[in-house]
Design a protein around this ligand. Structure first.
Ligand code: GLN
Length: 173
């Protein structure tokens, strides 16, 4: 998605690779594994420092969990990188078979609604004073937030061909 939008996108797995980047997308996947690997490979503290220094970061799904200051239904020793003043609940909609797609209005965008895929997705249960909800489900649950140069969505816009979140992220660089 980033390459298609004209960005120079590179994978980041090692600390030295952080020197090359102006912003970071933390994708979907499994936040417990991301947490363990980021600690095992010495990425956790450098990433926290870059986030604190204002690097733009966009977290989707597990990436949103990694960016959240507080997480519910985490594994006992699970840590996040933090940055977003929110509380998320992991797997808030159930397991893999409870995954779904829906249309969402997003406060940042004009035009048609966002068609969003939720895959074992988290939900934002509490939005602290520093963060802002930018999209909610019909039942009022928050599924997209931003705070300064940080952006987080419970869902995967890239899976459904939605480009606007990544375009917006690139404007933050
Ligand atoms: N359930 C996963 C987690 O807790 C997130 C799933 C996803 O990123 N699609 O990290």
């Amino acid at each position: 998605m980033l390459t298609a939008l004209g960005a120079d996108a590179v994978p980041v797995r090692r600390e030295r690779e952080l020197d090359r980047i102006a912003g970071l997308v933390i994708p979907g996947g499994e936040s417990t594994v991301m947490d363990k690997l980021s600690r095992a490979f010495g990425l956790r503290e450098p990433l926290r420092a870059r986030i604190a220094a204002g690097m733009p970061v966009y977290g989707t799904c597990a990436g949103l969990i990694m960016l959240s200051d507080r997480v519910l239904d985490a594994l006992p020793d699970q840590q996040t990188l933090g940055g977003l003043d929110v509380t998320v609940r992991r797997n808030a909609f159930g397991n893999q078979t409870d995954s779904f797609e829906t249309d969402l209005d997003v406060a940042l965008f004009d035009g048609p609604p966002v068609h969003a895929a939720f895959i074992r997705a988290p939900v934002v249960e509490e939005v602290g004073p520093a963060a802002e909800a930018i999209s909610v489900l019909d039942d009022g649950r928050v599924v997209a937030v931003r705070q300064g140069t940080l952006l987080g969505t419970s869902f995967h816009p890239e899976i459904t061909g939605e480009t606007r979140f990544h375009e917006y992220f690139l404007t933050l660089l």
